[in-house]
Write a protein that binds this ligand. Structure first.
Ligand code: CTP
Length: 418
């Protein structure tokens, strides 16, 4: 039996891209049934979607004739995943408020299946407080929300709000369909979160990746961090229903569904973005921040002067983001740091716990040749160091470390925790 997606297309100029999305999903062996809102029909015809899905396309007119054959409750539950793409500001607002005034929104209210919303709208509509409030509500309700792309818009403005490429949406659909709890026929939004526990209503702030510290406009100091562990933790926190802010250094990774990502380059930019994101219930500080930066980065490319001597580079220490949070007036209730060590892992982690004012330090051994090391690799073997002692976890894929850590965070933040 193929996996099934109920695709709700709402009305916006990006609606035409739903045709390509259907094609890509079908190519992956996923069955698609489409529902069009009234305004979506201005942009894409039921006939073209019907041809591509090889199925009946549903819209408001379906009620009278087909309700006796297939009720809307049934329609909303026959899929494994409901995808709203493009999701306009209007449909997001209705979803966030439980409004059911047409077939699409009625299905969204009636479904017991996971929902992925893929927003697309004008940049100002995207940044409007009302839209951001609605998105936060949807995430807290367990809806997976993809981040829109940046770029030129159909209306001529430039910024965030473009529908992500259909290929990226198809990858996300596949990922959500592969989550284990999908197999449970009774799985609702909460159950769909897997074993990460619930973080609904909590704000989780995460840093990830390296920082780049400029030497001159073309050179920088960096390290081997890939950002994979931090991104996996952000994805797990979003699946657990948290509002997630991910402050990311320069990495080539896709933003996990439902995560608000802020891209930065340097340690100082990372600190500003972190402080601007406060307050947070928990902060998980994973980034491999460069300890030093060049005191006076050159405005122009540094040239060889012919003497054979390299230009001297004076370094100054960067701010410590974890320690700043540990002693901050708005210190998150739970503060988790990481420690990258190449020797005496537990001892160094204990020392960092006290020095940085963190609640837990997730310590990992980053020794090993490039390519075999935790840095950039797929697995991680960590020890959780806290005032309560040391927990040693087995070597696990980074996403499993992320799920386990988020389950521990959810437990620590739950009202019943002491
Ligand atoms: N960290 C930070 N800001 C810095 C340096 C480190 O927020 N400028 C955070 C890291 O994100 C991590 C923790 O502090 O959560 C420990 O980082 P690590 O690199 O292991 O330790 P350092 O403090 O840099 O100490 P050292 O390099 O001496 O081991």
């Amino acid at each position: 039996m193929p996996q099934r997606v109920l695709l709700i297309v709402s009305g916006g100029i990006a609606a035409y891209k739903s045709l390509e999305l259907v094609r890509l999903l079908r190519k992956r062996g996923i069955a698609v049934r489409a529902v069009l809102t009234r305004s979506a029909k201005q942009f894409v015809t039921p006939l073209s979607l019907g041809v591509l899905t090889e199925d009946q396309v549903y819209d408001d007119l379906f009620d009278l004739k087909a309700e006796c054959e297939i009720g809307h409750i049934q329609l909303s539950r026959q899929a494994d995943l409901v995808v709203v793409a493009p999701a306009t500001a209007n449909i997001l607002a209705k979803m966030a408020n439980g409004i059911a005034d047409d077939l699409a929104t009625t299905l969204l209210l009636a479904t017991d299946k996971p929902v992925l919303a893929v927003p697309a709208m004008n940049v100002r509509m995207w940044h409007h407080k009302a839209t951001q409030r609605n998105l936060a509500q949807l995430r807290a309700d367990g809806v997976h929300v993809m981040e829109p792309d940046d770029g030129e818009m159909a209306c001529g403005e430039y910024g965030k709000g473009r529908l992500p490429e259909p290929e990226a949406i198809a990858v996300e659909v596949e990922r959500l369909l592969a989550l284990p709890s999908r197999a449970d026929p009774l799985a609702g939004q909460q159950d769909f979160m897997g074993d990460t526990g619930s973080l609904a209503g909590q704000h989780v702030l995460i840093t990830a990746g390296p920082t780049h510290e400029p030497i001159d406009p073309v050179r920088y100091i960096a390290n081997r961090s890939s950002g994979k562990q931090g991104f996996a933790i952000a994805a797990a926190a979003a699946r657990a229903g948290a509002r997630v802010t991910l402050v990311a250094g320069p990495v080539q990774l896709q933003t996990p569904a439902g995560v608000i990502r802020i891209d930065v380059e340097t340690a100082r930019e990372m600190l500003s973005a972190v402080e601007a994101a406060l307050p947070a219930d928990a902060a998980i500080i994973v980034a491999a921040v460069a300890d030093w930066r060049v005191a006076d980065a050159a405005g122009q490319k540094i040239k060889k002067d012919g003497s054979g001597q390299p230009a001297p580079l004076a370094l100054v220490e960067n701010p410590d983001i974890l320690a700043t949070l540990g002693h901050h007036a708005q210190r998150p209730k739970l503060l988790v740091g990481f420690a990258a060590e190449t020797e005496k892992v537990a001892d160094h982690a204990q020392a960092k716990l006290a020095k940085k004012g963190a609640d837990w330090i997730v310590a990992n051994d980053v020794s090993g040749a490039p390519g075999e090391s935790v840095m950039g690799g797929e697995d991680n073997a960590v020890q959780i160091v806290s005032a309560q002692g040391i927990e040693c976890w087995p070597r696990l894929p980074k996403h499993a470390v992320a799920d386990k850590l988020i389950a521990k965070v959810a437990h620590a933040l739950s009202p019943s925790a002491d």
